[in-house]
Design a protein around this ligand. Structure first.
Ligand code: AIR
Length: 290
């Protein structure tokens, strides 16, 4: 890309992200995520994953989730840094988690702290990826030879064992019970949470002209004294869902990155815009200097 058009694109993207309604927004948090990360060096890092870093929270039982711009696919065989992705996912995940809490679905989310961070309850993550599918796509289409986009007779819930070295293999409830990853009661609760998230997310997306093809959630155990309850944890964002425009079929999720279909932040910004988290029209703002 010629230098000038790359700079223009970067400026336009920055202007768009600046328009996100953040309290305490600082431009360098979008522009220089490394700078921000360095400023947090005193905070204790608990874990660094592919797309997020977890830091010790300000009070016991809390964690700060930092959203990176790193994009990975195919178990990190494909990698890139996508400017602004972390900012968008932080905001979008806040939106979905808050919506779930409002309809009585428990989540780990407490509040967003800034452009890239949110405060969450610390929980013990059940080592399963819970996938809900409404239409065939991705690995289900490959595995069963069903054309992508085919409507499934009913939502199908799948479980993968969370292990990067093994490539998160598909497992059955038999494996989960036999290896003690979750109890029968947990599984009943997980299934019910997954389907409630599906109802909520499908509805919200349908309302803005987007089809929820499938998504992945993670579930955590929160302990209140001796009492354990399950909450939706991790994140809900276009990194973890398949979202297709109902009219055009345009992909508005991480498949844009996985399959080299265009600009990932454009796609995620479109989701944020439709949900009212970004202005409807691109904000034409001068550079930060003038
Ligand atoms: N997913 C699974 N592991 C990581 C993620 N993000 C999500 C995908 C997709 C759904 O789970 O983003 O929305 C199903 O993925 P697949 O690859 O099994 O078809």
């Amino acid at each position: 890309m010629p230098l000038r058009s790359a700079a223009r694109k970067r400026r336009a993207r920055l202007a768009t992200l600046m328009a996100l309604h953040y309290s305490g927004a600082r431009w360098w948090m979008i522009h220089c995520p490394d700078l921000e990360r360095r400023s947090m060096a005193r905070r204790k890092k608990i874990y660094e994953g592919k797309a997020k870093i977890l830091y010790e929270g300000p009070e016991p039982g809390t964690i700060v989730q930092y959203f990176k711009d790193d994009a990975t696919a195919f178990n990190a065989q494909k990698k890139d840094v996508v400017d602004g992705k972390g900012v968008l996912n932080n905001r979008l995940s806040e939106y979905f988690m808050t919506g779930l809490i409002n309809i009585g679905v428990p989540t780990h989310f407490i509040r967003r702290l800034n452009m890239r961070e949110q405060l969450v309850r610390s929980c013990e993550i059940i080592p399963l990826e819970i996938i809900v599918r409404n239409f065939a796509a991705g690995s289900l289409s490959e595995r069963l030879g069903i054309e992508e986009g085919t409507q499934l007779p009913r939502p199908i819930v799948e479980f993968c064992y969370k292990d990067d070295d093994l490539g998160d293999p598909l497992v059955s409830e038999e494996h989960i019970a036999a290896f003690g990853w979750a109890s029968q009661q947990d599984m009943d609760d997980i299934l019910s949470l997954a389907l409630r998230v599906n109802d909520y997310l499908s509805g919200v997306m349908y309302g803005v002209g987007i089809k929820l093809v499938d998504f992945k959630i993670e579930i955590g155990r929160v302990f209140d004294g001796d009492f354990q309850r399950l909450v939706v944890a991790d994140e809900i964002s276009p990194d973890s869902c398949r979202l297709w425009d109902i009219e055009t079929g345009r992909k508005l999720d991480k498949d844009v990155f996985r399959r080299d279909l265009g600009d990932l932040t454009d796609a995620y910004s479109e989701v944020a815009r439709r949900l009212g988290l970004l202005p409807q029209t691109a904000v034409v703002k001068p550079t930060l200097i003038n």
